[in-house]
Design a protein around this ligand. Structure first.
Ligand SMILES: *Cc1c(COP(=O)(O)O)cnc(C)c1O
Length: 502
């Protein structure tokens, strides 16, 4: 493609995106595609020859777009948001244009140094302690896996990386002489040499923790059975007394507590685990404390929500997602650690071909996570923070919280609905219940109601289970959602009650 053709289509695409920001509200929020619809319109085999961009763009509009669910729709109340913004998209375009792979300082000094600066901006904005260092990861799932791997290494004196999960006892010398024995006797070889005895490592999280915690526990080799779910209180937050009980009980029985994962803003109901009390328990027993604040972390930029980070002085690692609620398009997850040396020791690998003369003076972010190759994600975040300013971001986040509060007040003021969890930030958990329900299946009625609401195409809400009850979630967080959109959602919900009762 020559420069002028690129320019022409580039302008066309920018125009298209600019229009899309406006017109997205006229699409059905959730795609109406059925399984296989899109595939049936695509050729089974790749084209042998190159095609014209006009044709490709036409197919984008005709085939791909109808199969998109519109996360940037102002009627987006599903799951959690993954909002973007014009500033973020412009930054992302430049990242794609530069096409740099930013694994090391030397492979793009500006990418590394900008990442260092913007993650420190985020640290200041959210009130995390001075000295915590940040790095951008693709997702909270990856950041949590990174935390689990670090906790595993710290709690085994970095021996799992050496001997593997089964404490394979063979030393390098024995290996070379072919004299070692394979005696898999459980996780960890505490010294990295000698015998392979070692107690099973334990991880603790609340029963409301995100599925990425269990996935990380499985992938980091702890084993699902060593993930201990801690009971929650009536607000779905972890009970620190139950945590301490579990840790003590495990120690007595010979297990080795390695990591506690507290959630600030659970996925079901944005419950806030008491990080300060949990942190005190972790400190007492020398256990790594990781905080999953994927969604709610962004709200900590508000003075009135600073208590979300209460207890941060105990935190070894924490993740939150600017790609959820901070106007930065997917993916961009901010991972903070108290002591980068522990993370780097667990992650770094330094083959000759990656060594540079600057390594002692700079951050090489490939050593701060799992992936070697890294996108230049800091650029869009820099664009966003500069474009809105901290005050501008606060205004948007605050308005979302206010809209959620308004919606919650409608629910609690209605005799046909009830709130099922406290509204801590911008998520409302509720269900239809007119209090006159003997013989009525509330779960069934609310499932029907949600189905009807979503079929309108004007809004998209999702559900969860709280204490076994089918719960409708209304999550406010799309950048362009206004009070009128939330009022409309409330209207649609009310209009569909009658049919959901049939
Ligand atoms: C969204 C979410 C995650 C997963 O985030 P990804 O970045 O998609 O991996 C994890 N934990 C919580 C609490 C979340 O809300």
């Amino acid at each position: 493609m020559d420069k002028n053709t690129f320019r022409k289509h580039g302008h066309e695409i920018v125009d298209w995106i600019a229009d899309y920001f406006e017109s997205v509200r006229h699409y059905p929020v959730r795609s109406r595609a059925r399984p296989g619809d899109i595939m049936s319109k695509l050729p089974k085999e790749p084209p042998a020859g190159g095609e014209e961009m006009e044709v490709i763009l036409k197919d984008f509009r005709d085939i791909i777009l109808p199969g998109m669910t519109h996360w940037q729709h102002p009627g987006w109340f599903a799951y959690f948001p993954a909002n973007n913004s014009p500033a973020s998209v412009l930054g992302e375009m430049l990242t794609a244009g530069l096409g740099a792979q930013c694994m090391s300082w030397e492979t793009s000094p500006a990418a590394t140094e900008l990442e260092e600066v913007v993650t420190d901006w985020l640290r200041q904005m959210t009130g995390l302690p001075a000295g915590m260092k940040g790095v951008i990861q693709d997702t909270a799932s990856t950041a949590t896996l990174t935390a689990l791997l670090t906790a595993r290494e710290v709690s085994t004196g970095y021996s799992c990386n050496e001997t593997g999960l089964y404490g394979f006892p063979e030393s390098r010398e024995e290996q070379e002489a072919g004299t070692g024995k394979a005696t898999p006797t459980g996780i960890g070889n505490r010294s990295g040499e000698g015998t392979a005895e070692g107690p099973a490592l334990r991880v603790y999280a609340s029963a409301e923790a995100h599925s990425s915690i269990e996935k990380g526990v499985r992938m980091a080799g702890f084993g699902r059975r060593n993930l201990i779910y801690i009971e929650t209180d009536e607000n779905y937050a972890m009970r620190p007394d139950k945590l301490e009980e579990a840790i003590k009980n495990d120690i007595e029985r010979g297990f080795s507590p390695a990591c506690v994962i507290a959630t600030v803003g659970t996925t079901s109901s944005t419950a806030i685990d008491p990080v300060d009390e949990i942190g005190a328990v972790c400190k007492k027993h020398g256990v790594w404390l990781h905080v999953d604040a994927a969604m709610a972390g962004t709200a900590a930029i508000l003075e009135e929500k600073r208590d979300l980070m209460k207890g941060a002085e105990y935190v070894d690692s924490l993740v939150f997602n600017p790609h959820k609620w901070m106007m930065t398009n997917f993916d961009c997850s901010a991972y903070f650690v108290r002591d980068p040396a522990l993370l780097i020791k667990a992650m770094s690998i330094n083959p000759e071909y990656l060594k540079t003369s600057k390594d002692a003076q700079v951050n090489n972010y490939r050593d701060w996570g799992i992936q070697l190759g890294r996108r230049f994600r800091a650029l869009k975040l820099w664009f966003v923070i500069r474009h809105y300013g901290v005050e501008g971001l606060k205004e948007i986040v605050r308005s979302h919280i206010e809209m959620a509060r308004w919606f919650a007040s409608q629910v609690s003021g209605s005799d046909r609905f009830e709130l099922l969890a406290p509204v801590t930030t911008s998520l409302v958990c509720f269900r239809w219940n007119d209090g006159n329900t003997p013989g009525k299946d509330l779960d069934h009625i609310n499932r029907e109601l949600l189905k009807l609401i979503n079929e309108t195409g004007e809004v998209f809400l999702t559900h969860t289970l709280l204490s076994g009850r089918y719960t409708i979630r209304l999550s406010v967080g799309q950048r362009t959602t206004t009070m009128a959109d939330v009022e409309r959602a409330w209207e649609i919900i009310n209009q569909n009650i009658k049919n959901s009762l049939q």
